[in-house]
Write a protein that binds this ligand. Sequence first.
Ligand SMILES: Cc1ncc(COP(=O)(O)O)c(C=O)c1O
Length: 346
Amino acid sequence: MRAATHPDGIVDLSVGTPVDPVDPLIRAALAEVADVPGYPATHGTPQLRAAAVDALARRYGVTGIAPDAVLPAIGTKELIAGLPRLLGLGAADLVVIPEIAYPTYEVGALLAGTRTLRADGVTRLGPESPALIFLNSPSNPTGRVLGVEHLRKVVEFARERGAIVASDECYLGLAWDEPAVSILDPRVCDGDHTGLLAIHSLSKTSNLAGYRAGFVTGDPALVRELLEVRKHAGMIMPFPVQSAMTAALSDDAHEDAQRERYRARRKVLREALRQAGFRVDHSVAGLYLWSTRGENGRATVDWLAERGILAAPGDFYGPTGTDHVRIALTATDERIAAAAKRLTAD
Ligand SMILES: Cc1ncc(COP(=O)(O)O)c(C=O)c1O
């Protein structure tokens, strides 16, 4: 691999895996409950559910969630990949995913055997009545944010056609240039969560990718249905992780500190990309710079590899992503500085 042969080592910006430490407060919460011989509850502890409700209100202004409408996920990837099946969808159903998307939405549709359609707006859907619409704001990979009006239109459309909206809010806590709102925000859904699911991961905002910690919340009836299936399928979050997740959701200081780390890295990398002649599109939030040199993204991946930098080709995320590359902010300050130096050296 060309990037690996750089004398100062590779800078891997191709994946969004966190590199900063897990906060001591979270580690302690995990370690304190190592002696747990019994089965944990699929629904999570009452403390976990209450902490999730409080965190959503405190951090994002989402109100009106009943604690019972919170369900832990063993990382949100498994929940997303399993959602169409868990909801009982099949060949007769249509799942809508974003034009340029995190690949797991399509994986979920494939596993359930549904039809899939890529669309960023409801007008693209014509007379179709989808069973499920995946949203992802802020987006991986583009960093695009869907505003209140856009989200309202999707909710209205979904209600008219009987669709469920699953909003993947993995990057909601990492908004830089535009505010990002939840599908459950009262300005979006008028406080009515019927047919709506919000999916929250702690992987990025709390550096808990290694713990596998996330949850889904929203429509109490849908969450109850998911709980029943997951209970019988054994999709149970380990008790120590439930404890760690409760601690992480109850503390905002570590999350704020992590956000500031990413903010600083983004500034360095964005400026270096600009100086190197890249254009960064969207990317107003989230952990990626959706970048182009006005050529095929595969050529850009090669150009970066010559400088020892690894990026993901845009076509991996959808056919309209061919001219872009996704550059992640998830590297140490030292590696981000190394990337910036290489980008601006020519
Ligand atoms: C948009 C999006 N959703 C969900 C996930 C899954 O995160 P996890 O399974 O770690 O909760 C990721 C991870 O990169 C992501 O980018």
